[in-house]
Design a protein around this ligand. Structure first.
Ligand SMILES: *[C@@H]1O[C@H](CO)[C@@H](O)[C@H](O)[C@H]1NC(C)=O
Ligand SMILES: *[C@@H]1O[C@H](CO)[C@@H](O)[C@H](O)[C@H]1NC(C)=O
Ligand SMILES: *[C@@H]1O[C@H](CO)[C@@H](O)[C@H](O)[C@H]1NC(C)=O
Ligand SMILES: *[C@@H]1O[C@H](CO)[C@@H](O)[C@H](O)[C@H]1NC(C)=O
Ligand SMILES: *[C@@H]1O[C@H](CO)[C@@H](O)[C@H](O)[C@H]1NC(C)=O
Length: 295
């Protein structure tokens, strides 16, 4: 076979030059970030005590924050994604990220961030995925005021931090009516599991609360979680019997409550209502009686 050669004519050189110009203009962004968005990101940076080289990297990438490491913009130049997981970040999360009006996804997981989780992020009017898992965030998670309009947040992962105090209840979960996944496992939350996680129209599908210090009963209100597929609340201090209402959550596939102080007898007729159940872990509790045949 003949190797392909460009004929070295003037005309084809012009063509190649033209094609290069086209390529370069296609690769460059259609719009750049606004001064305000850039300011919010720089403010976040200034709240860090150790940035893992992020400031240097951002400086090298120039003035347009849409080009910065871990930052993605939409077509209109608004920041849509901030992915700064595994960057060795230390220090506090400033509320300034809540000023990014088009921010959809924020991933700060696997860093060493400390301090509180700003309410501005949880109650953001744009964020749908918030992952701050595997950090050293502490302090109480604040309650959202009842005047808050419905929030778009769908995924909240605050697991593996040092959160303490009572878990938010009442108004917080009422305004979080788009929430699909909640992972608060591996913290030190105390108090009861909220009874009002789910309104009638709730979309909540995954609730993980294991490895905390929750006390009290398994709330009957969980029966209102009609989309619930996964409930994990093992390794807490939950007591009492399994409420009959729980078996109304008929989509449950994964029910895991080991290492609590639950008791009573298992009702075979109730468990049979969970026809989608694949995993059931009730180990290391105080249940009595027989394991129902219907299982
Ligand atoms: C955030 O980043 C971590 C990797 O550090 C990844 O495992 C996780 O899935 C990401 N979170 C989301 C919500 O995509
Ligand atoms: C946090 O939870 C979300 C939803 O389950 C998940 O997509 C993400 O991978 C989790 N983050 C980590 C670091 O595992
Ligand atoms: C919830 O968090 C724990 C620990 O941080 C993790 O092992 C688990 O995979 C997470 N679950 C989901 C659904 O993201
Ligand atoms: C709990 O969190 C700690 C600290 O982030 C982490 O080292 C550990 O692996 C986590 N445990 C589980 C079960 O996810
Ligand atoms: C389920 O929701 C309805 C309507 O909001 C409420 O009246 C009822 O008490 C709830 N059920 C439980 C078990 O909390």
């Amino acid at each position: 076979m003949q190797p392909f050669h460009f004929p070295h004519t003037k005309c084809s050189r012009k063509l190649i030059f033209f094609a290069l110009v086209m390529l370069i203009s296609l690769a460059s962004p259609t719009s750049s970030c606004t001064k305000k968005e850039k300011g919010s990101l720089l403010q976040f940076l200034s709240g860090l005590s150790s940035d893992g080289g992020l400031a240097t990297s951002w400086k090298q990438n120039g003035a347009d924050c849409c080009e910065w490491e871990g930052v993605t913009c939409g077509e209109d130049g608004a920041v849509t994604d901030v992915s700064l997981d595994l960057k060795g970040l230390e220090g506090r999360i400033t509320p300034s990220l809540g000023n990014l009006a088009g921010l959809l996804r924020l991933n700060l997981s696997h860093n060493s961030l400390s301090g509180g989780l700003p309410l501005e992020l949880v109650s953001s009017g744009s964020i749908i995925v918030l992952d701050v898992s595997f950090n050293r965030l502490s302090a109480d998670v604040q309650e959202l005021p009842s005047s808050t309009p419905s929030r778009p947040l769908q995924v909240l992962n605050i697991s593996s931090n040092l959160f303490t105090g009572r878990f938010p209840s009442s108004t917080t979960w009422e305004v979080m009516d788009n929430l699909v996944v909640l992972n608060a496992s591996n913290n030190s939350f105390t108090g009861q599991i909220p009874d009002n996680f789910c309104s009638i129209s709730s979309l909540l599908a995954v609730v993980e609360l294991c490895y905390n210090q929750f006390t009290g009963i398994i709330p009957p209100g969980l029966g209102n979680c009609s989309m619930l597929r996964v409930l994990k609340a093992g390794h807490n201090n939950l007591r009492g019997t399994l409420p009959n209402e729980l078996f109304d959550a008929s989509l449950l596939e994964y029910l895991s409550l080991p290492d609590n102080v639950l008791d009573g007898e298992l009702d075979g007729a109730q468990i049979m209502k969970l026809s989608n159940l694949v995993t059931l872990d009730l180990g290391r509790n105080g249940f009595s009686g027989k394991i129902p045949d219907s299982i």
